[in-house]
Design a binder for this molecule. Sequence first.
Ligand SMILES: NC(=[NH2+])NCCC[C@H](N)C(=O)O
Ligand SMILES: [Mn+2]
Ligand SMILES: [Mn+2]
Length: 355
Amino acid sequence: MALRGSFIRLFKKQFNSVFKLHNCSHSVAIIGAPFSKGQKRRGVEHGPQAIRDAGLLDRLSTMDYPLHDYGDLNFTHLAKDECFMHVPFPRTVGLANKMLASAVGSAVEAGHTCITLGGDHSLAIGSVQGHYKHCPDLCLIWVDAHADINTPLTSPSGNLHGQSVSFLLKELQDKMPEVPGFSWLKPFLSTSDLVYIGLRDVDPGEHYILKNCGIQYFTMRDIDRMGIQRVTEMSLDHLLSRKQKPIHLSFDIDAFDPSLAPATGTPVNGGLTYREGIYLAEEINNTGLLSAMDLVEVNPTLGATREAVEATASLAVDVIAASLGKTREGAHISFDKLPSPGTTYKADNEQKICL
Ligand SMILES: NC(=[NH2+])NCCC[C@H](N)C(=O)O
Ligand SMILES: [Mn+2]
Ligand SMILES: [Mn+2]
């Protein structure tokens, strides 16, 4: 394993320096997106603060790249924003996503790997679109209990956080009504550049779309059957075997089992284990192609206890750190050689991770 890891890192180093991939940056930007109008439960707007309180910046600062904290965006709640059909807050969600798209776009353009902290999952509309503006060949890995691919016409709840992907896909263009607040957005993603992992609560309209558009998806049953290693390998092969593409990872914390991530709005039993989630994040990091990521749906007001909230937020931190290169085997880049008794050699206190 160690050998394979170092080979991959060596390959990545060579590959990056030869091709100067803009998406394989060695600096990270954090954007807080305290947004909750893509669903009806209050509290998910406090997700970014909960993830910060769980020590995100401290954890990332032990790694070997510059960190840029862009702070939290300030979204406007539009007073006059009637439902569109049964979809609540369409203009408010549209405007917030437009704003987020521009923030993510600037961060990616500046050469950072951009991490967006949610907030509800409707914000992926803006974050993927902003990423796309500067990386038009991106591919999307959606890790979630849900497919979030309802159109406004199939959605049982009306909530936009269950519809984000339908706004992005070219193949669904003629099935989408004109939702007020979204005239700035043109669908740009092909179904062949999308993979789902972790699904276990899919609505009938979503199932129709997944099947009929030939979308690659792996349910929890597939993970039970093949294991996370095979599922990850097949996902990455599907997206990257034709061409190496910048990866957008959209990670809904409800992909994890509710026993690990209880503080979330739509928990579903039978989710990812801690090790499955971290393994997936590590493998995505190993591609060297992670270019932007969302970590969404941490809702600190929904945990039964303070411990439950802290466990959920700290899991979010672990997934982000693993996606950015924190390994379970450790790293020894701060040691050129082992100190022997009697030498004055002092190891750097800061642990540096070799990306
Ligand atoms: N991002 C989420 N947690 N989405 C949950 C979506 C639930 C359901 N499928 C709906 O459309 O309302
Ligand atoms: Mn979900
Ligand atoms: Mn989701």
